[in-house]
Design a protein around this ligand. Sequence first.
Ligand code: HAM
Length: 436
Amino acid sequence: MSGRGVRSIRGMNDILPGDASAWQTLERVCRETFAAYGYQPIRLPLLERTELFTRAVGEVTDIVEKEMYTFEDRGGDSVSLRPEGTAGCVRAGIEHGLLHNQVQRFWYAGPMFRYERPQKGRYRQFHQFGVEAYGLIGPDVDAEQIALCARLWRRLGLTGLRLEINSLGTVEERQDYRRELMAYFSDRVDELDEDSRRRLERNPMRILDSKNPEMRPVIAAAPAFEDSLGPESREHFDGLRARLDAMGIDYTVNPRLVRGLDYYTRTVFEWLTDQLGAQDAVCSGGRYDGLVDQLGGSPTPAVGFALGVERLVALIQDQGTAPDEVAPHAYLVHRGGDAGRDAMLLAETLRDALPHLRLHTHAGGGSFKSQFKRADRSGAALALVMGEEEAAQGVVQIKHLRVDQETEQVGRDELPDRLGRYLAGPGGNDEHKEQR
Ligand code: HAM
């Protein structure tokens, strides 16, 4: 008797072939766009010392207090699955001497882990693409990263994304603001929920981040950060806005945008959608000029963001803008005499000539009828047909499975050319054709 099946862990998803096309489109467009702005890939461990995150993300944050997968490894060290990528990126940059007096632009991708309550768009293992720039102090690079995001959405054909920005000032300005907030909330302790009371002493800015709707009125009336901004931070923020205006990128300033991680200074931003319910942030980030220093490097300005892959994939699928990058272009059916052997040789020749061709060669025999059924189910646009007669004559039939177009017969030698033209044409879904 077989045992009970083992199920996956809640909030940790299998990503099945049916979703592969949207994932691959997003991954490819990210890679190409990051490269277009001079960002270089960096690959970082999934597991880090717990201390890295408590120091970087902040001890009094939801992530560190409630959401990390933390355990002792067999050597007795406390380690955590990374809840985000910025801390590890800074750690690696310091460790390999990449940040001191240098300008660097890095990107990374991969799974992140947070023990949150799973719901649509919120998972315990989720994926990010992240971008980090080091050594640049001015608002130009903040603006450039936001323009990079806007270009990603354009290339993915996504619409309806809103940009919110805010400035959190310098570390010192935040301390002033913190005192002000503490005074304000201390006078209103009765209106605070349990979480917020606990945060009042150690991290009052986190109260602004509360998701509890009952807290809304008291948060709405709290002093705004704007008034604590010093002249340089104000100038930085104005510089960012002027650049966004010049590039025609729409935004709203949201003075309550504080972000859930403690390392931010000055610019913070978030791209939001109305199409995914409560989990409305698809991409977020900002400047963190104090973090490199705080983690033991020499003071280095930094700015970055990360996008939520699952959320963007859902938008891509809802808005139907992904070219198919997975279904075969062609399905080779064959039957009788030498056709099977010839088909295999032909398939290899085609793959030699056209490395981007996605070709599925039928295996397992069966009638033409059953092979065509398979071809249809595979999603292929074309069936290449080689029967006994075609094999003998050295020709192949090209049958269009998705559009009403006459069957063509071409010589085997001409086939690579003919398919090459097909891949480059409108039906070919060639990899590089979406909007720029
Ligand atoms: P974050 O806002 O915590 O920032 O996450 C970035 C994005 O990851 C969010 O906008 C969202 O799309 C996605 N995300 C976050 N949590 C989940 C979840 N549980 N399930 C699905 N998607 C999720 C950071 O992680 C910073 N490290 C970003 C950054 C880079 N700041 C500067 N550089």
